[in-house]
Ligand binder design. Structure first.
Ligand code: ATP
Ligand code: MG
Length: 281
């Protein structure tokens, strides 16, 4: 099966091969079940938003999908872009090298940003230096472009220490770091929480633009966890709503928005409140 998607195939991800397949994912903490059997297919070139009330398990699901956490049961398989002709690989059987190979094409924007101590430049440069093998000149150029795209002034922030950034600035640095990696698959965990409406609007455009641009001829796959109704309106992604540990809804944005379901209606009404809460740093 060819995975070299033409820009054309981006218009109908439902016919694309899968990028990720999660089957029967369960997870409990101290016998408190969080995920009770999640099945989720992510086609290549698709844009999927995972929504659901605070604490329902969205970040835990993302951590499991990205192989940062083991599920109690279930499997996650993903496309290895370094071996495009091979079937999808089971993440939890991969060794460190295998995971690194996969992750070379993935980028994550963590809910709490996960910037390490050091400057903004250090944060962006590390991966590009170690894995992409770029020169310092190329890294500097890419860092500046990515920061600008994430609505930051590179001259003002490039050499600032992580601890000198506001919450909203750190969020944008985390986004800049992710896009600088030029990933084929990008995961965002609440990319706009805590941002003011103007900056949030710029991030909506960025998420849209990144998704709709190809990388080395490949269409991108985006997975966004969000409580931001304006982001959903702008992106109009496939919506997967998690409730009580299971997939409660899986369908188009249009269907979700017009769904006359008490839980979905209550959640949509609560969304602006959830979105405006500050993410702890
Ligand atoms: N490492 C952990 N140890 C114990 N409990 C955990 C751990 N990680 C998550 N949990 C619990 O699992 C549940 C789901 O957490 P998760 O962070 O996935 O929620 P969420 O849907 O992302 O919420 P939010 O919208 O607030 O980010 C919560 O009750 C949380 O306390
Ligand atoms: Mg979360």
């Amino acid at each position: 099966m060819s995975t070299n998607l033409s820009p054309n195939s981006q218009s109908d991800p439902s016919t694309s091969p899968l990028e990720i397949r999660a089957c029967g994912i369960t997870k409990a903490f101290q016998d408190r079940p969080v995920l009770k059997g999640i099945d989720l297919n992510i086609p290549q070139a698709s844009m999927t938003a995972i929504v659901g009330s605070s604490g329902c398990g969205k970040t835990v699901l993302l951590d499991i999908i990205a192989a940062l956490m083991d599920p109690d049961a279930g499997t996650v398989c993903a496309r290895d872009h370094e071996q495009p002709d091979q079937p999808m690989v089971n993440l939890h059987t991969l060794d460190r090298q295998g995971l690194d190979r996969l992750r070379r094409h993935w980028a994550l924007v963590f809910q709490r940003n996960a910037l390490f101590s050091g400057t903004v430049y250090d944060n962006i440069a590390l991966w590009l230096r170690e894995y992409a093998g770029l020169s310092e000149q190329q890294i500097l150029q890419l860092a500046r472009t990515s920061l600008t795209r994430a609505a930051l002034d590179p001259d003002a922030v490039l050499y600032r220490d992580r601890d000198e950034l506001s919450g909203g600035m750190a969020k944008r640095v985390a986004i800049a770091r992710a896009i600088s990696m030029r990933p084929r698959v990008i995961f965002y965990d609440e990319p706009t929480t805590g941002l003011d409406p103007v900056v949030a609007g710029k991030i909506h455009e960025l998420v849209f633009d990144v998704h709709h641009s190809t990388i080395d001829g490949f269409a991108r796959t985006s997975l966004v966890i969000t409580h931001d109704r304006d982001l959903l309106r702008r992106l109009r992604p496939r919506i997967v709503m998690i409730n009580a540990g299971r997939v409660y809804f899986d369908g188009s944005y249009e269907r979700f928005e017009s769904w006359n379901d008490p839980l979905a209606l209550a959640y949509l009404q609560q969304m602006p409140v959830l979105h405006s809460r500050q993410t702890p740093s």
